[in-house]
Design a protein around this ligand. Structure first.
Ligand code: GAP
Length: 511
């Protein structure tokens, strides 16, 4: 595809054209940064959620699930620190009247230095060919070292200023770096201000008696407040985890990049409760385990990297992001945080209830430490979808659009076609569907030439197409076509299910 921006545009229009994602309330011109999942999108999303759920809950005997309510007692958010500290530093450009996150402006500026370093590396690669040693080059080349040192210094200055809540200092840094507004090109900035991201709502009928509530900005707190309920009723022993998927809401200021940053989105989170002092061991374990999960889907290991946080959230003593190479560059896909005993202790203090574990081995009570894995389901959707959408030139010079979704995630697994619309072929095709529909989401299509139908399913991400022809009437065999290789083979109708099921084995994918 031409360039990243074009590719991203193509992703967005393909998502709409093939029934994956629509803008919310489109007939009223939409609602900014809110999206609806259409007939195929809802299936892909469900399959990603299930792939995560099975790998976390069914694959770990010491992890159980939970589905807590979105609305929670308002003290929850005071205890968690979200009322006081869940805000973004904002800055406005006086000429364009555009609003930005100050930290994002600085990070984007720093990324330009990394791009310069990458350019040097690519140039050297070309110059030295096979004898190029990248590790040696990046540790000895003065330019690359210089760019990277400057970038690190910039980010650590920003982290220090934000940590100290020195908003004047953040503005001064933006001015010192000469950062300009991408729209107006001017350096005419306002002061930096903090803005809380939680959506407020009210519980109760009359204005005088109504209680102020928040829509949850993360699902994690539903897990913390249920820690003791689950531990006692499930007779769980440390270490153990609680997993949950569900909606979260944030009044994002700079909502952009399609479903990457939304105001209503879904998280898949797991809190792992451990003995104090053992959190780093588990932090490393979950970093490795989660990266393996991502790699299992085959989107290419080169598209992932860890990014350790300079500025830690108010609850964390270590944190990293798993970043993915989206069409607009490497960005956070998942967070792994060592949250200490911050949340349980805070809920103890605000509720007056003990949230401790009696460890039978140590014969003592303690407040467990927590390692959290937190991934945005919509972001994972975008990672899979954008990576899978490919434009291919075929041997005969023609091109095809193919959505190479991992088969286990594809919305429709099998499309069944009668070669023509008569001679009993449609009836036989529908009979085959009657049998397959118990195990798979199956699609029937009889419109247009078979070649055209294949292309439609390629673009839709369907891994298998089955064609019923006159030979089928005689010997009960069909043609099965594989989306990725476009290879076709003749198999018995009775073998279709087995062939497809092999490509969908959770065990094979995860291992
Ligand atoms: N409980 C920890 C937590 O919520 P976070 O880094 O703020 O941490 C976790 O969010 C993940 O949720 C992110 O890595 C991202 O995938 C997803 N996420 C966060 N904000 C989002 C938004 N506005 N739109 C879509 N996904 C979002």
């Amino acid at each position: 595809m031409a360039n990243n921006e074009d590719q991203f545009k193509k992703v967005i229009s393909h998502a709409k054209e093939y029934g994956y994602i629509f803008g919310s309330s489109e007939i009223y011109d939409g609602l900014s940064a809110v999206y609806d999942y259409a007939q195929n999108g809802v299936e892909l999303k469900k399959n990603i959620r299930e792939y995560w759920w099975k790998s976390m809950v069914y694959m770990h005997q010491n992890i159980v699930g939970l589905d807590a309510a979105i609305l929670m007692h308002p003290k929850t958010w005071k205890a968690s620190g979200h009322v006081d500290a869940f805000s973004d530093p904002l800055i406005d450009n006086k000429d364009s009247k555009k609003r930005y996150r100050a930290d994002v402006l600085i990070e984007d500026h720093a990324e330009k230095l990394e791009n310069k370093a990458q350019k040097e590396i690519t140039k050297a690669k070309k110059r030295f060919g096979d004898s190029f040693n990248e590790t040696e080059f990046v540790t000895t080349n003065a330019r690359v070292i210089g760019y990277r040192e400057k970038k690190a210094e910039m980010l650590s200055t920003m982290a220090r200023l934000l940590e100290a809540e020195d908003l004047l200092g953040v503005k001064a840094l933006i001015e010192e770096l000469g950062i300009v507004c991408p729209v107006s090109g001017s350096k005419n900035w306002t002061d930096v201000k903090q803005f809380n991201l939680m959506f407020g709502t009210k519980l109760g009928a009359s204005a005088e008696t109504a209680t102020d509530l928040y829509l949850r900005p993360e699902t994690a707190q539903g897990i913390f407040v249920n820690f003791l309920n689950v531990q006692k009723t499930g007779r769980m022993r440390i270490p153990f985890g609680i997993a949950q998927t569900g909606k979260a809401f944030r009044n994002e200021i700079v909502a952009r990049q399609f479903i990457f940053r939304m105001r209503e989105f879904e998280q898949m989170e797991m809190q792992f409760f451990v003995r104090p002092g053992q959190e780093m061991k588990w932090y490393d374990y979950w970093k490795e385990t989660r990266l393996k999960w991502h790699h299992s889907l085959g989107l290419g290991p080169e598209n992932y990297r860890f990014h350790d946080h300079e500025k830690l959230a108010h609850y964390a003593n270590a944190a990293t992001d798993i970043e993915f190479k989206f069409p607009f560059g490497f960005k956070e896909l998942e967070g792994i945080h060592s949250r200490t005993d911050f949340d349980l202790k805070a809920h103890e203090a605000h509720s007056g209830k003990k949230l401790q574990f009696f460890d039978p081995e140590l014969k003592e009570n303690y407040t467990p430490y927590v390692v959290e894995t937190s991934i945005g389901l919509d972001r994972m959707f975008l990672a899979v979808f954008s990576n899978s959408l490919q434009e291919e030139t075929l041997e005969d010079g023609s091109s095809r659009t193919v959505l190479r979704l991992p088969a286990i995630l594809a919305p429709v697994k099998i499309a069944v076609f009668p070669l023509i619309k008569r001679d009993g072929l449609p009836e036989l095709a529908k009979q085959i569907i009657e049998d397959l529909k118990w195990d798979y989401n199956v699609f029937y299509d009889e419109k247009d030439a078979v070649g055209k139908r294949y292309r439609r399913q390629d673009a839709n991400g369907t891994p298998f197409c089955v064609t019923v022809d006159h030979q089928t009437l005689e010997d009960k065999t069909v043609t099965i076509r594989h989306r990725d290789t476009m290879e076709q083979e003749r198999i018995a109708i009775s073998d279709i299910s087995d062939l497809v099921s092999k490509s969908l084995s959770m065990k094979d994918w995860l291992q």
